[in-house]
Ligand binder design. Structure first.
Ligand code: ASP
Ligand code: MG
Length: 408
């Protein structure tokens, strides 16, 4: 007998028929003798609908009240799923985040989980019940309802699995696992049987949308065995996400190719090459709450230098405006920008023990005539910024170059 936490995303509970299907799947595990905790999202489109509704009332909704509104989406699903379970003869009980007591901080709309009280859930489980918990929400020390940020039910599920020391946390979604690349861009992409937390984290940060980044961080920290599976297929093992030391397979050098279109590049040309310049430029950007990703400073000559960095495309215009102001203050020559760029990355823990990955990657891009504008590396990933029009080509070429097209 195992304790399993299963999380079903919005599309998996998108209508009553699908909710009944989820109930049948849960019943299957229950019948095998497992204890099952189910975490659900709002029905697909519901959170967007609620946010849009709030924005019709207020251009910038009060965060506490917005959480009050958004948390209702998940509350509907837990009630409906519990009813569906009872309809097929399974004892079930639903809980909002506050009823479990998923305690969070008070940062409305992006709260962090501080602790989870598992006492009631354990009592129900020991009594043979299925427990259904609303994802994405919690309660702060003052009893205010909070939400965990978009996609937050993944994190709810992992946090519950950690608190209950579950044997496995299964994330059911509309894809059947984690792929070597986005199959819409790289048709040869294959489903991975397993991937490490670290790799998954890089993939998620670099643009893969399968799991919320924070849920992967959480799973890695608390060593929660995570599995991504399709809720629309009955067979299949999905993709297992585990700690590197636990995956006893031979590690491929590269596990996946990630991409992100949501990129823009800004350059400040001809800034005086003196201490404090990078600070002056980037602190102005940070003050505006704009995330900076890759930063490159040229080697200075004639007393001046250039500084380039990337931001999310949605922040491009704002960042440009800020740089124009800073330019005047610093006496820099020019601000240049480009929002037709993208980032393509190769990720793999095997990179640590295999030199030459970067040169292989750069050669493959050069052979296709793709110019690399910026490079950024970590121990287990290499990212390049290139022109957006080359995104598909670059992803396919790299997928092939690192042998990901072939089954292992
Ligand atoms: N319903 C929330 C959202 O759409 C949380 C989730 O689905 O994970 O972001
Ligand atoms: Mg989701």
């Amino acid at each position: 007998m195992a304790l399993i936490v299963q999380k079903y995303g919005g599309t998996s509970v998108g209508n009553p028929e699908r909710i009944k299907n989820v109930a049948r799947r849960v019943a299957k595990f229950h019948a095998q003798g497992h204890q099952v905790v189910v975490v659900v999202s709002a029905m697909s489109g519901e959170t967007n609908r609620l946010i849009a509704l709030a924005k019709e009332i207020s251009a910038e909704p009060d965060p506490r009240e917005l959480d009050q509104v958004c948390a209702t989406g998940e509350q509907v699903t837990i009630g409906l799923l519990s009813m569906a379970l009872k309809e097929i003869g399974l004892p079930a009980r639903s809980y909002t985040g506050g009823q479990v007591k998923v305690l969070t901080d008070s940062v409305f709309t992006k709260a962090r989980i501080l602790s989870i009280d598992d006492a009631n859930l354990r009592l129900d489980l020991d009594a043979g019940m299925v427990v259904v918990v609303a994802g994405f929400q919690g309660v702060d020390a003052d009893g205010n309802i909070t939400t965990l940020g978009r996609g937050g039910s993944d994190t709810s599920a992992v946090a519950l699995a950690a608190a209950l020391k579950a044997d496995e946390c299964q994330i059911y979604t509309d894809v059947d696992g984690v792929y070597t690349a986005d199959p819409r861009i790289v048709p040869e992409a294959r489903k991975l049987d397993a991937i490490t937390f670290e790799e998954m984290l890089e993939m998620a940060s670099l643009g893969s949308k399968v799991l919320q980044i924070r849920s992967v961080e959480f799973a890695g920290k608390y060593k929660v065995k995570l599995r991504v599976l399709s809720s629309f297929e009955d067979e299949g093992e999905g993709t297992l996400i585990t700690a590197e030391e636990e995956s006893n397979m031979e590690q491929p050098i590269i596990s996946g190719i990630a991409h992100n279109r949501d990129e823009a590049k800004l350059t400040m040309l001809g800034v005086p090459d003196e201490p404090g310049i990078a600070y002056r430029i980037l602190s102005a950007i940070a003050e505006a709450n704009i995330d900076v990703d890759i930063i490159v400073q040229n080697v200075g000559h004639d007393g001046s230098t250039d500084l380039s960095f990337t931001v999310n495309r949605g922040d491009f215009a704002k960042a440009q405006g800020i740089l124009e102001k800073v330019k005047t203050e610093l006496g820099a020559r020019q601000v240049a920008g480009d929002n037709r760029i993208c980032k393509v990355s190769a990720v793999g823990v095997g990179m640590r023990s295999h030199p030459g990955v970067a040169s292989k990657m750069f050669k493959a891009l050069a052979d296709e005539g793709i110019n690399i504008q910026m490079i950024s590396t970590s121990e287990i990933k290499i990212s390049v910024i290139i022109e957006e029009k080359y995104l598909e080509l670059a992803a396919r070429v790299l997928h092939n170059t690192f042998g990901l097209d072939q089954a292992v």
